[in-house]
Design a protein around this ligand. Sequence first.
Ligand SMILES: NC(=O)c1ccc[n+]([C@@H]2O[C@H](COP(=O)([O-])OP(=O)(O)OC[C@H]3O[C@@H](n4cnc5c(N)ncnc54)[C@H](O)[C@@H]3O)[C@@H](O)[C@H]2O)c1
Ligand SMILES: [Fe+2]
Length: 382
Amino acid sequence: MANRIVLNTISYHGKGAIENILPELTARGYKKAFVCTDPDLLKFGVTGKVTALFDAAGFAYEIYSNIKANPTIENVQTGVAAFEKSGADCIVAIGGGSAMDTSKAIGIIANNPEFADVRSLEGVAPTKKHAVFTIAVPTTAGTAAEVTINYVITDVEKKRKFVCVDTNDIPEIAVVDPDMMSTMPKGLTAATGMDALTHAIEGYITKGACAISDMFHLEAIRLIAANLRGAVNNTPEGREGMALGQYIAGMGFSNVGLGIVHSMAHGLSALYDTPHGVACAIILPTGLEYNAPVAGKRYRAIGKAMCVPGIDMMDDEQAASATIAAVKQLSADVGIPADLKGILKDEDVQFLSESAFADACRPGNPRDTSVEEIKALYRGLM
Ligand SMILES: NC(=O)c1ccc[n+]([C@@H]2O[C@H](COP(=O)([O-])OP(=O)(O)OC[C@H]3O[C@@H](n4cnc5c(N)ncnc54)[C@H](O)[C@@H]3O)[C@@H](O)[C@H]2O)c1
Ligand SMILES: [Fe+2]
């Protein structure tokens, strides 16, 4: 089967990258930006780093910030109405996965109004037109939503998150500037960084992995393992390495899929508002142990990218165990809890397992699974 690879048309990387946003907009003749962001980013002056450049140049924009973490259908629908009222002709998404995902759904519905209910976008959405022209500026390192063809929306009524996959939603331009991430507190840096590691690892062992995605994922694992601890301590090298590592992971997983760690994590965020990265990080070692009988031979390369000492001298089984131990150690070093005690309630396990089985990431898991097996995995973390 042929492999399809979708990436941004243009991306900028490194300190000062945000200075390219305005020239990219004006070169295309855009007149007014719809700036999609969230309330905390406004409060902490993160969004202001970009809008100050618009103010200085007299470039028109309108801010939309009715976006919560794990964004909802309502966040999208009020956003579509605000976009239409604003008279803006382009979108600038500034934020973590929540703001970028909301802006992707807004941009899609604005140009494909037959999907205004949002729910019909779940899975592979048959939209006909590309989203409104978008420049995405991540402020976490992270989801890589700036380069993925996915977005994740929470259905509050049905208590579930759903993944939409659509090549029409990829932002034309990504601006990945580590200075936009330097205000992240330690806990958020750790959680979003472990989300990125989960993307790289699940993407490396997913059923659809190919030579191009392998190249991205192994480099992403190397960068994240080398830089996450530094980023948590806010070193410039750590921030730079994580900004790049999470983006490269996105270049991979967006094109080949993920697995049950993400499927199991989505339900926890929908039910308990658990931050996405925390949920992924806690479940990742369990996912690796579960997948070892099928994908364990691939763990050596992951361990090598994480610089596990002596891994070349180990047999496959030892290399797999040492790799899982290195993942657990990194997670512990950045302060992520080891299990779901205090988060997961026994009465929700059945519902969560069914949701995880129905999740769009599950078919990509290297080992075929079942609701019963997922139940056992959740219970093992309680
Ligand atoms: N589109 C994709 O491919 C993809 C991939 C993975 C996850 N996701 C989704 O992304 C969402 C999670 O996104 P996230 O982990 O980036 O977090 P987030 O966008 O939910 O943000 C979490 C909190 O961190 C704050 N924050 C963000 N950047 C900051 C900064 N620089 N300084 C200070 N505070 C900052 C935000 O204001 C918010 O309060 C989830 O809904 C998840 O399902 C999407
Ligand atoms: Fe994720």
